[in-house]
Design a protein around this ligand. Structure first.
Ligand code: SAH
Length: 358
């Protein structure tokens, strides 16, 4: 349809659409136009990153969490999960293994676990930076005070992932208990940006009660925040949560949003997530072909992996770090891409253009 093609071209050119235009796009796009959108998004990623895919070594270092998010498998109320914490030495071992495998970014992710004090996190950042000065550190440990974030940044952490989950107040209420608020979540993201982190926002696609209007609000929120990274993946139910019986998000809808986000934020770091690889065996490849440019294989010790199950049937929980790396290597090669041994920092648009000119 010509009208749809021109909408997609407008999105590419202006990097944004109005609410009404997004609604038209999301509710009436045909399969053929979806392929056109995907192609534009893929070309945009190619222009900025070539055929290189950045990798992040994900270390899930604790599954203790004080929060009780209704969607999450490691929520506090789940009594049927074996809780674990990695020691600093175990975390350092993961980094050592990861470095040997070519990872130059480590992502420390966990539940909100008060057992690790700010001093513990700072010490960990110092140790990793001392041993691996060529690596970037990304934290993904939830909502903290401005002062805590500042301490982590000053210690040398480079990036912070904190998905906003949904930008709509009512929807946020339906996914989280009373003590958590969207206002607070957004304030954290603002603080992280102000401090100087490369910041990652994001949301689940197809989460319970989500409407197309909510998703459009997510796009507007992301446009306004202008994050360096955007992580999205399909919602997948976990059997020990209140959402056990809810429908999962689809690969197709997630891919559509990856493409839209790529056109909105051409130089953003957008991962093809594990959840996408869980909903479909070729989901991560499809994510890359739809405009994503990052993969985040797991570096956590195999013995704890199955306990960091945010949703059912999570992939790669039985593999060693090296297996994950080589498996992804092969998967990317098959579709014409290569994993980069690179920190893979966010680069402002001007730097990209300069690179092309000189
Ligand atoms: N405690 C950290 C890390 C959360 S886990 C924080 O609060 O930021 C990382 C992400 O996994 C979450 O932000 C959420 O978007 C996603 N996630 C959690 N449960 C999920 C589920 N059931 N299906 C899909 N994604 C889920």
């Amino acid at each position: 349809m010509e009208k749809m093609k021109s909408l997609i071209e407008k999105l590419e050119k202006e990097r944004m659409l109005s609410k009404g235009e997004f609604l038209t796009l999301l509710t009436t796009i045909s399969e053929e136009d979806t392929l056109f959108l995907r192609e534009r998004a893929r070309q945009t990623a190619r222009r900025h990153f070539g055929n290189k895919i950045y990798t992040r070594g994900l270390i899930e270092f604790t599954n203790y969490c004080k929060n009780d998010c209704y969607y999450c498998g490691i929520r506090r109320s789940n009594r049927n999960v074996e809780r674990y914490r990695l020691t600093k030495e175990q975390i350092m071992d993961c980094c050592g293994q990861g470095h040997g495998l070519g990872f130059r970014t480590f992502v420390l992710q966990g539940g909100e676990d008060g057992t690790y004090s700010d001093e513990d996190i700072v010490d960990l950042i110092h140790r990793i930076k001392a041993d691996y000065p060529d690596c970037a550190i990304t934290l993904s440990i939830g909502e903290k005070s401005y002062e805590s974030y500042l301490k982590y940044y000053q210690a040398g952490a480079d990036r912070y992932l904190l998905r906003h989950e949904t930008a709509n107040e009512d929807h946020y209420r339906r996914l989280h208990p009373e003590n958590l608020s969207l206002k607070q979540r957004k304030q954290c993201l603002k603080n992280l940006k102000e401090i100087g982190f490369q910041v990652g926002a994001g949301f689940m696609v197809g989460s319970p009660y989500q409407t197309t209007e909510h998703l459009i609000e997510d796009l507007f929120f992301i446009k306004e925040l202008d994050p360096e990274m955007v992580g999205i993946g399909p919602f997948l139910p976990h059997h020990e949560t209140p959402f056990a019986e809810e429908n999962k998000g689809t690969m197709e809808q997630t891919l559509l949003f990856i493409s839209i986000l790529r056109l909105m934020l051409p130089n953003a770091l957008i991962p093809s997530t594990t959840a996408l690889g869980t909903v479909n065996p070729l989901g991560r490849e499809q994510g890359i072909l739809s405009g994503a440019n990052v993969v985040m294989p797991n570096l956590s010790p195999t013995i704890v992996r199955k306990n960091y199950e945010l949703y059912d049937n999570k992939i790669c929980t039985g593999d060693e770090a090296a297996e994950c790396r080589f498996c992804l290597d092969g998967r990317m090669k098959k579709i014409g891409y290569e994993l980069a041994v690179d920190r893979g920092d966010y680069q402002k648009a001007e730097q990209h253009i300069k690179k092309q000119i000189y």
